[in-house]
Design a protein around this ligand. Structure first.
Ligand SMILES: [Zn+2]
Length: 229
């Protein structure tokens, strides 16, 4: 194609634009061809051991069949928001007191079988604190976690109130903890019920003898896809 342009500057930019356009056209054409045949091209031209390493590193990139592409588009992820404090000193005064109450409660737990004492303290919106601890039984499933002992006791005595925060403290007798103690799945489901019933977030503080405290602003952070009817 020939264009007669008298102005040299305009001619220069026009030609530059044609070159750039051609570059992009070639680039996208070649890259789309390569994306279709890259597995085949690699299998022909790479030595076996190099190919193995390459496939291990970039297997996700090489998965190009349409079925897998369609599946990957349906994949979702959930972000969990939580905070970890090295100890209780950075907690608010209210939360620090609550964690101390949970710690106190853990000492009177009845855990002769697991030796894993747990204390829980529930803060209601009126400021009342109700504590609980794990109660085990020789017939194992009959025991109950500290969180549920505290929550059920609180809701039995103050049914009109909302749970604001629950602090959990793990205090094993026979060994050292190296992590904070989080509620089990059943207790998460129970807390979720009260959070939804009261339409009010329940802040969860998870601690123990290890010292670190994990906090979440809502039990939803610990139980995505909770059971619903
Ligand atoms: Zn539990």
């Amino acid at each position: 194609m020939y264009f007669l342009i008298k102005n040299a500057k305009i001619q220069f930019f026009f030609e530059l634009w044609v070159i750039i356009s051609k570059f992009f056209i070639y680039f996208f054409t070649l890259s789309s061809i390569f994306s279709i045949y890259r597995r085949r091209i690699l299998s022909f031209y790479l030595p076996y051991h190099l190919k193995k390493i390459f496939l291990q590193q970039y297997s996700h990139f090489l998965c190009v069949n349409k079925k897998q592409t369609r599946l990957s588009l349906r994949d979702k992820s959930i972000e969990i928001k939580y905070t970890v404090f090295p100890d209780t000193t950075e907690l608010s005064l209210e939360n620090r007191r609550l964690m101390e109450k949970a710690q106190e409660a853990s000492f009177s737990a009845y855990a002769p079988y697991s030796k894993f004492r747990v204390g829980a303290a529930v803060l209601l919106d009126s400021g009342v604190v109700v504590v609980g601890n794990n109660q085990e039984n020789v017939s194992y499933p009959e025991g109950l976690c500290a969180e549920r002992v505290a929550v059920f006791a609180a809701m039995a005595q103050y049914p009109q109130e909302k749970i604001k925060t629950i602090a959990i403290y793990g205090n094993p007798t026979d060994y050292e903890l190296n992590h904070f103690v989080t509620p089990c799945g059943a207790c998460r489901q129970v807390l979720m019920e009260y959070e939804q019933r009261n339409n009010s977030n329940i802040c969860v503080l998870c601690g123990g003898t290890a010292g670190e405290i994990l906090t979440v602003e809502s039990i939803k952070q610990l139980l995505p896809f909770s059971f619903k009817m």
